[in-house]
Ligand binder design. Sequence first.
Ligand code: 5AD
Ligand code: SF4
Length: 473
Amino acid sequence: MHRPAEPKVEATPRKLFIKTYGCQMNVYDSARMADVLAPIGYGLTDCPDDADLVVLNTCHIREKAAEKVYSELGRLRILRDERRARNQGDMLIAVAGCVAQAEGDELRRRAPAVDIVVGPQAYHRLGGMVRRILADRGERCVDTDFPVESKFDALPEESAAQGPAAFLTVQEGCDKFCTFCVVPYTRGAEFSRPAADILLEARKLVDQGSSEIMLLGQNVNAYHGLGPDGEPMTLARLIREIATIDGLSRLRFTTSHPRDMDDDLIAAFADTPKLMPYLHLPVQSGSNRILKRMNRGHDRDAYFAVVDKLRAARPDLALSSDFIVGFPGESEADFGDTLELVRQVGYAQAYSFKYSPRPGTPAADAGDQIDEDVKSERLQRLMDLINAQQLAFNQAMVGRLVPVLFDRAGRKPGQIIGRSPWLQATHVETTPERAAALFGQTQAVRILRGAPNGLVATLEHEASGATARPCST
Ligand code: 5AD
Ligand code: SF4
């Protein structure tokens, strides 16, 4: 359900610059914040210099991510002071997202230039906050509530098309409380949007030209939104429903927890061809001792069992994961277990992080923190292994004809970039006219080279002289 958009109050368009940090859910939220601000006269610009309103949509997952926000705020304050000195107008500065939620008071203290602090569950109220400040300059606004109303009900309809590959948030928050993680505190309890609202939004995205949808949630496979029969619906059922939309050719979902990878969802990889053969399934550690201390709720064998079932259902499934090295108390033997798990599973790609103690999380108070240099050395060893696996995975594609959905222009004219079914960035060079025609299309291309971060391919007819035809996967 959507409320009607607020009436326009601004005759001259104002410029809005949004900088997004962190995960894909923030990318989605940033687009929705632009939707919230459009009815009060703000249009997007891609440069902060002449922006009337700058929104930093922030990430609090690790200390580094949070600290970046403070340095950016320092730069923005200088920019704003220069504009004021030149009489070029004012600039409002808003901090949104998880740093806003977790560090509202700290932000006000450390960054007095900030006008608005708005948490991830309250940004549907951003328009009202901006209007209040403009009406009463000098009054700062903070809203880090977890409002009883869902922001999804209050947000205006999506206005701008997202492009060939779109994000759609179906679930938010987390009740798992891994001992290292801030998400349950910053994003709040698990919440699933009703299936009917999601289907409506998915249809709209397809009507606007998207042919791939990535369903998003911090714990997306714990999805349990209201179904059409009034009963909770699983992610597997939701996927099968969305897959019936004509014009949609690819579906993905992220991020999943191994504990919520139920048999029906695994079966969806076998029975729903639009569901792409790629799954991000974070395990964090390969050591049972550490998994227990992380409160992950499963051991390594349970993870292997899920991986085996998935591969039985979809033999070409590519897996990715997140790993944390140097969690409190992690011994060399524990870390060895992680390396061994990576060798056993074999990943198409994976993200690895040094453990970063986050204030307010249980692990931050553990007495057996690991030295930074030990963390760095373990991170390097893990990354070497993961990078080698990723390169081997990409190189194994050489010579194959792979359907790619082209969704980005390359840097030079004639370069176009898309994604393979296994989420590999695939680069093609052709004529500028062909590149333009390929945008938004799915086209089978011949893989020439596997690089560390993606694939290089050529259009089949340019390699063989045959006529290329678009294909559907
Ligand atoms: N330190 C390091 N990495 C973390 N992550 C979450 N919290 C922390 C932390 N405190 C990582 C996990 C998660 C990913 C999104 O970020 O691997 O899956
Ligand atoms: Fe954080 Fe764990 Fe929840 Fe993932 S499952 S969001 S790591 S608490």
